[in-house]
Design a protein around this ligand. Structure first.
Ligand SMILES: [Fe+2]
Length: 167
């Protein structure tokens, strides 16, 4: 009995995996690959800004971005996608590479610029997550996207609070 039960649980589980792998479109796959590198961009930019300006907000948020990368990586894995993670500051996507380079250039000018970079990264993140949310994600993806969006909103508030000191 126990054996039959465990076999049926196994079958149920494998059909769930199969279903989730089927339930993602090619466009959603590409968006997930992009999203992973976008979260990596946030981590890499904040790590560099933390080293340059020694401000806790960058260190704290860069740690949260590591968690976001893990969430996207796990989600991608559920859909049978494997993501390649390049070294810090390197990106497969040329647009993200160009964005990273320009953000680092701006963010090293002054602390205010660095905080504005933070704001820009989070605003970009939120608008890209919204595009994915509008693309009919399944429940699995919806859960992760909402998590990431909440995180980005918190980070945006944290950067805006710091920027308020300059107004
Ligand atoms: Fe994030």
């Amino acid at each position: 009995m126990k054996r039959i039960l465990s076999i049926s649980v196994l079958l149920l589980f494998s059909s769930m995996v199969f279903l989730s792998a089927e339930s993602i479109t090619d466009s959603q796959k590409n968006q997930l690959v992009f999203l992973f590198e976008e979260e990596k961009l946030a981590r890499d930019v904040y790590t560099a800004m933390g080293e340059k300006w020694n401000l806790r907000v960058f260190e704290n948020i860069s740690r949260a971005e590591i968690n976001h990368m893990e969430q996207v990586k796990d989600l991608a894995y559920d859909y049978g996608l494997s993501l390649t993670e390049l070294p810090p500051g390197d990106f497969n996507n040329q647009d993200l590479q160009d964005l990273y380079n320009s953000l680092i250039e701006k963010g090293t000018k002054s602390l205010k610029d660095a905080l504005e970079v933070g704001r820009l990264v989070e605003e970009t993140d939120i608008s890209d997550i919204d595009k994915l949310l509008a693309d009919n994600p399944d429940e699995n993806m919806l859960f992760v996207l909402n998590n990431l969006r909440r995180g980005s909103e918190n980070h945006l508030r944290a950067f805006n609070r710091q920027l308020d000191f300059y107004n």
